[in-house]
Design a protein around this ligand. Structure first.
Ligand code: TXA
Ligand code: MG
Length: 342
């Protein structure tokens, strides 16, 4: 398949180019587009054949449901059951990097929900995503635009790596804002439950909902409730190389120094503050231990770059499970096959 690449400036959105992409969506094709979180792989959510192509292009298991993207919050009412009271609450986060799981109406195709009785809906804030959905005139089903199991794409080069030849159009809209996928929150029960931590933190959510639940699996502990969070059981965000996560602690330098001796050709992904302790090793800087936003936005890029070196193992420093750190650690725990801690 030939893939057309359209470069669009998010600060000055070219509507003619968006229109080309919107026509592809209307015709049942696949369009990769930037959102404020990560790039998405989109198709007309109401066209079952088009949605099938998403699963095929990604190599995604059929039991992992997709998010329906809308340009305006009001429109979700045609597809989900929601009270006016709840709608008022979620308005505060919309548009933005958050996805709501709600009871679905029967108009939602089964292929999107993997036959569940709920559907995930999101209203992205990115101007290109928003215009594309509006001009397509239909909701757009879109997972992250990576091959299944790989880190989500945060720059157009990653999308090209994974999706060239598999989709009709790639919109290159430059860098994303957050670099981690949206927070997924289940609103089908009395107390909202976080299914995937993301840019909207538990603290943000508590301000609006009061009480929220954070299951242990969000922190990499306990069993994933696969009936509620089917996507969380998959190893994800993972480099091909063996990846080791070092839990954050005051003692992290000593732990690394001791254990790294067992490896011939390791690559250390560490905070700029810790670089000075490891001059004799290959190093990539993840950011500063005091700036989680910077670490988050570069995280998937670094994992991809780290995978391309000739080192035989990636050793990466983790952060605290606090605020945005919860999402960073959620992704890093899934990316790694071994954890070093105290
Ligand atoms: O930031 C994002 O959310 C990006 C951009 C493109 O919007 N999309 C994204 O999609 O990350 P994806 O498919 O890679 O992740 C969606 C997650 C999966 O873990 C999936 O299992 C979960 O949302 N999900 C989708 N529908 C669900 C449902 N009805 N109930 C529970 N989880 C659901
Ligand atoms: Mg994904």
């Amino acid at each position: 398949m030939e893939t057309k690449i359209l470069k669009i400036n998010p600060f000055d959105v070219n509507l003619e180019k968006i229109n080309i992409a919107a026509d592809i969506i209307k015709l049942g094709g696949l369009v990769v587009f930037p959102t404020e979180t990560v790039y998405g792989l989109g198709a007309n959510a109401l066209n079952e054949n088009a949605v099938k192509k998403i699963y095929k292009a990604k190599g995604r298991p059929a039991d992992n449901p997709l998010i329906m993207h809308f340009d305006k919050l009001e429109k979700i009412k045609d597809y989900v059951y929601i009270t006016e009271e709840l709608l008022e609450k979620i308005k505060i986060f919309v548009p933005g990097p958050i996805t709501f799981v709600l009871k679905r109406k029967s108009i939602v195709p089964n292929i999107i929900t993997a036959n569940m009785d709920t559907v995930a809906v999101r209203i992205p804030a990115h101007p290109i995503a928003n215009k594309l959905i509006e001009m397509s005139g239909v909701p757009i089903a879109a997972p992250s635009a990576n091959l299944s199991g790989k880190p989500s794409p945060t720059i157009a080069e990653h999308v090209v790596e994974d999706m060239k030849g598999r989709v009709d159009v790639i919109i290159d809209g430059g860098n994303v804002d957050f670099g981690l996928e949206s927070t997924v929150i289940d609103l089908t029960e009395e107390i909202p439950t976080i299914l995937r931590p993301g840019p909207i933190t538990p603290e943000n959510l508590k301000e609006v909902f009061g009480k929220i639940k954070i299951p242990d699996f969000v922190y990499g502990k306990g069993k994933v409730d696969t009936a509620k969070a089917p996507g969380m059981k998959y190893r994800h965000y993972a480099p091909d190389k063996k990846t080791i996560l070092v839990e954050y602690s005051e003692n992290r330098i000593n732990i690394i120094k001791e254990k790294i001796k067992n490896y011939k050709n390791p690559l250390l992904v560490i905070f700029e503050e810790d670089k000075k302790f490891f001059n004799e090793y290959d190093i990539m800087i993840s950011g500063s231990k005091d700036n989680y936003y910077k670490i988050a936005v570069n995280l998937f890029s670094i994992l991809r770059d780290a995978d391309k070196t000739d080192n035989d193992v990636i050793i990466i420093e983790g952060v605290l499970d606090k605020g945005l750190g919860i999402s960073i650690m959620n992704r890093l725990r899934k990316a790694s096959s071994e954890i070093w801690g105290e």
